[in-house]
Design a protein around this ligand. Structure first.
Ligand code: CTP
Length: 389
């Protein structure tokens, strides 16, 4: 993607060369424009070297007589990323003021825009800034809320720019059509842990990558996402994460959130069994030769329960199979009363559990199975969400 990156005057600008490097690593082409006050915090040279292009500034914008540089950049851009966006640049953007190279280019471009504010907490919460932020949203400009964290002033408050790795994740997941805007999506991810004693547990190979990829892609398309997960993987700021460990905890959190959701996707690998009694102390060997019998009882089948309880919710499950993929997954679609089952092979090389890639078959009632060939889980996630729509 062709990304025009606009850097304005906030101390967080010193992190932008790292962001440029990360965007380029992900295969994007990046061109930078910066305001004069951004130059207090990051050099034009470092941004030019990292982006491999000259940086557009107020001083050099009219150097080239053949074309008007800011209009050229405005027309070239497929995405306009404003990071960090200072209170001043936000105010200008919200009111159509075009008095420097950044604001003129932004006024001229039709590219979708993502604004990443970074400023002092009081400047952020001021009525003026908040009003400007609402105006940006009214113009369909995407604004990422700043994080709560240590500010340059030396105290913790809301105003911090997300780390470059997070901004990069936001860009990768951004869908300018915002096709899930306002939809509430509940997603589970990761393998559950069933305790045997204080230091041991039963679990499985699930990494949580597929469920987390779905959460990020859904949030990037405008959904309000709640992710109930056993794994702490990177997510974008508007994914609300709830951490759980066991199947029973997962069950409780999913049911608590179910009535207030439009779509639920059970990507978690839920342990079917748990021990009927968790030992309070570490289980000891009773003799040098004796084995150990564990009595396992069944965990609730969460997806089946959702299938029974659903009213208007659209319920999606996964089926992890080592054999007879479509036949086994079709049985789960029927038995669990799901609306969609995403079937994937596990146990093979390089797909399913723990890998970066997946190969899936989408099953729905009265529809032919749809095969999606092997690709990155981040891409698979976007395809699944489009199918849901
Ligand atoms: N699932 C669930 N609760 C369980 C077990 C599974 O909600 N106790 C959900 C999973 O999140 C997944 C779907 O059911 O969306 C199918 O999970 P899978 O492990 O493939 O199948 P099981 O129902 O456990 O059946 P089996 O292990 O016999 O294949």
């Amino acid at each position: 993607m062709k990304i025009a990156l606009f850097v304005s005057g906030s101390i967080a600008a010193f992190k932008i060369p790292t962001l440029v490097s990360s965007l380029i690593k992900n295969g994007h082409e990046v061109r930078v424009a910066m305001t004069s006050s951004a130059k207090y915090f990051v050099t034009e040279k470092s941004l030019a070297i990292m982006s491999k292009h000259p940086v557009l500034t107020d001083e050099n914008q009219f150097q080239n007589a053949e074309h008007v540089s800011h209009i050229e950049l405005a027309q070239w851009a497929e995405l306009a990323l404003i990071a960090p966006a200072s209170a001043n640049t936000i105010a200008k953007l919200a009111n159509g003021i075009a008095d420097n190279v950044v604001t003129t280019t932004l006024l001229a471009t039709n590219a979708p825009k993502i604004v990443i504010p970074a400023m002092n907490n009081q400047m952020w919460s001021s009525q003026q800034t908040q009003e400007n932020i609402s105006r940006l949203r009214k113009f369909n400009i995407n604004v990422i809320e700043p994080e709560v964290g240590m500010l340059a002033e030396g105290y913790e408050a809301k105003g911090k720019m997300p780390e470059p790795s997070t901004i990069s994740l936001i860009v990768e997941n951004f869908d300018s059509s915002q096709f899930l805007k306002g939809k509430k999506i509940l997603i589970s991810a990761g393998g559950t842990k069933e305790r045997l004693d204080p230091v041991r547990f039963l679990t499985n190979d699930s990494s949580g990558k597929m469920g987390t990829a779905l959460a990020n892609a859904a949030a990037g398309a405008g959904a309000l996402v709640t992710l109930v997960t056993t794994k702490d993987l990177p997510t974008i700021p508007n994914v609300k994460k709830i951490f759980v460990e066991s199947a029973q905890e997962l069950n409780n959190k999913i049911l608590e959130n179910f009535s207030n959701t439009d779509i639920v996707i059970m990507a978690a690998a839920v342990s079917d069994y748990r021990v009927d009694h968790v030992a309070n102390q570490k289980i000891k060997k009773t003799s040098p030769t004796a084995g150990l019998d564990l009595h396992l009882i069944q965990n609730p089948d969460i997806l089946s329960e959702l299938g029974q309880k659903k009213e208007n919710q659209y319920v999606v499950g996964f089926a992890a199979e080592t054999n007879d993929l479509v036949a086994n997954a079709t049985k789960k679609l029927e038995a669990k009363k799901a609306d969609m089952i995403i079937a994937n092979s596990v146990g093979g090389e390089n797909k399913g559990f723990n890998s970066e890639d997946n190969e899936i078959t989408i099953l729905r009632h009265n529809q032919e199975p749809k095969v999606v060939s092997k690709m990155a889980k981040t891409q698979i996630a976007k395809i699944i969400l489009k199918e849901l729509l």
